[in-house]
Design a binder for this molecule. Structure first.
Ligand code: CDT
Length: 312
């Protein structure tokens, strides 16, 4: 029996700082409507899909930045999305900023959830590789304050059984780290959902423009897919957010590493691909049969060391 799922990649165009969550959720639902019309089983929305990419702004006061976060999920603003997805029988991945009360304190995470076809949250992931900086940096042309607003995720990289397959999640900068995919690959992942917000400009290297950044984005997702024999759906929030451009280029990648769907705009745009999860099997049983070919006795540095240790 084939294990085909039709996947929708719901790229979002820009969300401006003044936009309400209700208006943004209405856009997500419009993309979900298209996904339903096209027969999708599962939809991937971007990272921080309910707000502008607020880590570009330095906000000192909690009163100012906490409205960008969600205290519960679903909540009043997002419940219509959950209800519509359940009505359509479409599962989804959604990125948002999370406030949690844990260990007797308030904690802030960059989070994604996996929702099944009945509208139940079956998995939660908290972003581990937080890029950027923890303090206001006057040298930069714009801020990237993820290390200021969030703490690193504390769940690792779990996978979940859903829709007769094995699903994993990560968020944006995680896609650039081979460890992200490999930890999920070692749990047999067959489909990785990931959302991203990538500025089109490098705030510390102005000559690095959008094309190069798109290339790095594709390269990372394609390598992760191929080397771990998994589908990867890398879905952007794109376009110009209050003068700050984000790359688009959302893609769905086959376990061969080849791109099977790509967004053409920097607006709200649904891309689709039929993903037969059985296409992962050949690679998992041959070139990337981990049990036969991996040599972990030589990989110790990967878990014992963070930075580079130069030779004497
Ligand atoms: N959101 C996110 O993780 N963006 C980063 C930007 C890196 S530049 C500080 C990314 O890896 O695309």
């Amino acid at each position: 029996m084939s294990r085909e799922i039709k996947v929708g990649g719901a790229q979002l165009g820009p969300i401006q700082r003044a936009d309400t969550k209700e208006a943004t959720v209405a856009r997500l639902i419009a993309l979900l409507d298209q996904a339903h019309e096209q027969g999708c089983d599962f939809v991937v929305f971007p990272e921080l899909a309910l707000t502008t990419f607020f880590p570009r702004y330095y906000m000192e006061s909690k009163d100012e930045f906490e409205p960008y976060f969600e205290r519960e999920m679903p909540n009043a603003a997002t419940r219509p999305l959950f209800e519509k997805a359940a009505e359509y029988g479409i599962g989804f991945y959604l990125g948002y900023a999370e406030i949690a009360q844990e260990e007797g304190r308030t904690r802030y995470f960059n989070t994604s959830i996996l929702v099944d076809k009945a509208g139940r949250i079956v998995g939660k992931y908290r972003k581990i590789h937080l890029p950027g900086h923890a303090e206001y940096d006057p040298e930069r042309s714009f801020q990237h304050l993820e290390k200021y607003y969030f703490e690193p995720g504390n769940y690792g990289f779990p996978v979940w059984r859903m829709m007769d397959g094995i699903f994993g999640m990560c968020l944006c900068n995680d896609r650039r780290w081979p460890e992200t995919y490999r930890v999920m690959g070692l749990q047999g992942v067959e489909f990785v959902a990931l959302g991203y917000n990538t500025p089109s400009v490098n705030s510390q290297r102005p000559e690095e423009r959008g094309e190069e950044r798109l290339f790095h984005s594709d390269l990372s997702a394609q390598a992760g897919a191929y080397q771990n024999a998994t589908f990867v759906a890398a879905i952007a929030k794109a376009g110009n957010e209050d003068g700050n451009p984000l790359i688009g280029g959302s893609i769905i990648v086959h376990p061969s590493g080849q791109i099977i769907a790509r967004a053409e705009t920097e607006d709200d745009e649904l891309i689709t691909a039929v993903c037969d999860l059985d296409d992962t099997t050949f690679y998992k049983k041959t070139i990337f049969d981990f049990a036969r070919h991996r040599r972990p006795e030589h990989y110790g540095r990967i878990v014992s060391q963070t930075g580079v240790e130069l030779p004497e």
